[in-house]
Design a protein around this ligand. Structure first.
Ligand SMILES: Cc1ncc(COP(=O)(O)O)c(C=O)c1O
Length: 157
């Protein structure tokens, strides 16, 4: 039978392991690294007192559209909102099926669920880790939403 002392000792060791894991140095992949110019620009926006739909947002949309090589861009707060907006623009109805990657962030299917639609998972290509969506979209004449979250302007080959 396990004594209280043994259980307590095991728990302490488990806690110590957990604390050590949390304190271990990690690569801060989500940590912003602003330079002086960025911090100055942010300071100016805060001082203007206008934090939404300010001129800077329009400028960002214009510059981003230019950078990506498209006619228009709409700034939103995050990637999840961008996907939600894209599906709303496509008028996805409740019950519609939306094909998405079986290997992605949860936002890829959450955005479908926000439309009360049904995510249908497609296998990925093991070389690119993406679904080969262009073939599917062309063969079936369905809209294609390209999710480039965290890869703005990235190109492959
Ligand atoms: C592929 C993909 N799409 C969408 C998102 C959602 O972005 P956000 O966390 O900004 O809502 C992420 C976030 O990691 C992502 O990796």
């Amino acid at each position: 039978m396990t004594s209280l002392r043994q259980t307590s000792s095991r728990l302490s060791k488990a806690c110590a392991r957990r604390v050590n894991t949390l304190l271990r140095p990690t690569i801060p992949i989500a940590k912003p690294v602003p330079g002086r110019e960025e911090l100055e620009a942010v300071r100016k926006v805060f001082e203007s007192g206008i934090l939404i739909q300010e001129e800077k947002v329009k400028l960002l949309e214009q510059k981003f559209a230019e950078y990506i090589g498209v006619e228009q861009a709409v700034a939103v707060a995050n990637g999840t909102m961008a996907l939600d907006a894209a599906l709303k623009a496509l008028k996805i109805d409740p019950g519609d099926e939306v094909i998405t990657s079986a290997f992605s962030f949860v936002a890829s299917s959450n955005c479908v669920l926000y439309q009360v639609a049904k995510p249908v998972f497609a296998d990925i290509d093991l070389r690119s880790f993406n679904i080969d969506a262009s073939d599917v979209a062309e063969d079936h004449e369905i809209a294609l939403v390209e999710d480039a979250a965290q890869a703005d302007g990235a190109e492959y080959k």
